[in-house]
Design a protein around this ligand. Structure first.
Ligand code: CP3
Length: 398
């Protein structure tokens, strides 16, 4: 059964704005007024001096198969069909918000939505995950990649718009895309890889061509993110470089960061005030973080916040805090398999370490997976909220 409460809010929104499948796009293009933001916790985490009662919280992959209502709605649906239906995508995005007291909604979509629109034929296999049928095999194949037909991504902006209206200002809406390296890696591997040998062959053998493709992805990603904000109403952006840790820092800095910079500059030129969170998974060592922080020295910092892994060092944390950037993270999701005691203890340690900056967003160090239990996820959230408030009170008293 569909979650009745989620449906209720979505239905109320649809009724109030007189939205139908046929007129949604027209309404979006003519009415860009959104409900007043009453929960500003997430947005405030990007301000140095904002007041706050506790740190905001959300979780990567919060809409997913660990939720029974997600499994139900996806039972007879293809993954990309669900993404392409704004009403279904909005409903799935709202599902975790009905379960938990969280401060943000991340739009139900995928990092592969953009490469799909750029000519990659992608199917989502229920067991194996994404499969690309026409992956890049030879250097000539790069000519097959094209700029997306603008129509092909409109459904994402429609879903964002509908979700933002339905949130009623009670949560902040996050848009996202994959980083050029991770998207490129899918284009050449054709599936989620273990060794990333094809990616490495391209990177080290055909460096120029690889850069060319990553730069193209970067330019298109910038436009895609700009549209998510300006057309769809996304309020915060996160970039997922899930495979960043597959190459050493020296190569990440030399080969990958220049493409990322194209993406970040393109986005920030148009949306300087939209907070952007960078997630370079397994690349939060001092070299890469310093390279990123260098990009934040200009008038418009290119990165506003860092999603960090659970292994981040104190030295790196200090550098980020000194640079007045926001920290997001970083509880190992596996802790949520554990007892209430271990969840409590690790949340407490995380808050002691990370909430020392006001610019802090509670999150995991990677996404939730299908084997997480809803009740354990709830424990994590409740415990995080309780302890974050306590920490805040202690800070005032001391
Ligand atoms: O809740 C959210 O975080 C929002 C939506 C979201 C999805 N994918 C939905 C999804 C986001 C932000 C992503 C990003 C994504 N997609 C990443 C980067 C984050 C990360 O996990 O490192 C990557 C690498 C992908 C590619 C991808 N998509 C894989 C490898 C898979 C299959 C494996 C899996 O995790 O299930 C997907 C499918 C996918 N994307 C699902 C969801 C909810 C599962 C769909 C289903 O099985 O029904």
């Amino acid at each position: 059964m569909d979650n009745p409460e989620t449906l209720k809010i979505l239905k109320e929104t649809i009724d109030k704005l007189k939205i139908t499948k046929e007129n949604l796009r027209e309404i979006r293009k003519t009415n860009q007024t959104f409900p007043r933001q009453t929960n500003t916790r997430l947005l405030d985490a990007f301000q140095s001096f904002a007041q706050f009662d506790r740190a905001p919280i959300w979780m990567m992959r919060q809409a997913g198969r660990y939720l029974p209502e997600f499994k139900e709605i996806m039972k007879n649906r293809d993954f990309f069909d669900a993404c392409q239906d704004p009403f279904i995508a909005a409903e799935i995005t709202l599902q975790p918000l009905k379960q938990f007291e969280i401060d943000a909604a991340i739009i139900f979509s995928d990092i592969l939505t953009l490469p799909k629109a750029m000519g990659m034929e992608i199917v989502m296999d229920k067991e194996k995950g994404p499969i690309i049928k026409n992956k890049l095999e030879t250097v000539d194949d790069i000519n097959r990649i094209k700029s997306p037909d603008p129509e092909s991504l409109e459904h994402v902006y429609d879903a964002l718009y509908l979700t933002r209206q339905a949130l009623q200002g009670k949560q902040t809406l996050i848009g996202f895309c994959g980083a050029p390296f991770t998207v490129f890696s899918y284009m050449v591997e054709g599936e989620t890889s273990k060794m990333f040998l094809k990616t490495k062959k391209w990177l080290y053998q055909y460096t120029q061509e690889t850069r060319k493709v990553m730069d193209l992805i970067a330019r298109e990603s910038a436009q895609y993110l700009i549209n998510q904000v300006k057309e769809g109403g996304a309020q915060v952006i996160q970039i997922f470089d899930s495979f960043a840790g597959q190459i050493p820092p020296i190569d990440y800095i030399e080969f990958v960061i220049p493409s990322l910079r194209i993406l970040l500059e393109g986005f920030k030129q148009e949306c300087p005030n939209t907070p952007l969170i960078m997630f370079a998974k397994d690349q939060n060592g001092v070299e890469v973080i310093l390279a990123f922080l260098k990009m934040c020295l200009g008038e418009t910092p290119l990165i506003d916040g860092f999603q960090l892994d659970s292994n981040v060092s104190d030295d790196v944390l200090i550098k980020i805090i000194e640079s007045d950037r926001t920290i997001q993270g970083n509880l190992e999701p596996g802790v949520l398999y554990g007892t209430q005691q271990i969840i409590k203890k690790r949340v407490s340690q995380m808050i002691e370490k990370l909430q020392t900056t006001r610019r802090y967003i509670m999150n995991l160090s990677h996404g939730l997976t299908p084997d997480h239990e809803v009740e354990k996820v709830r424990q994590f959230i409740q415990e995080s909220i309780r302890q974050s408030k306590l920490y805040k009170v202690r800070e005032i008293l001391e």
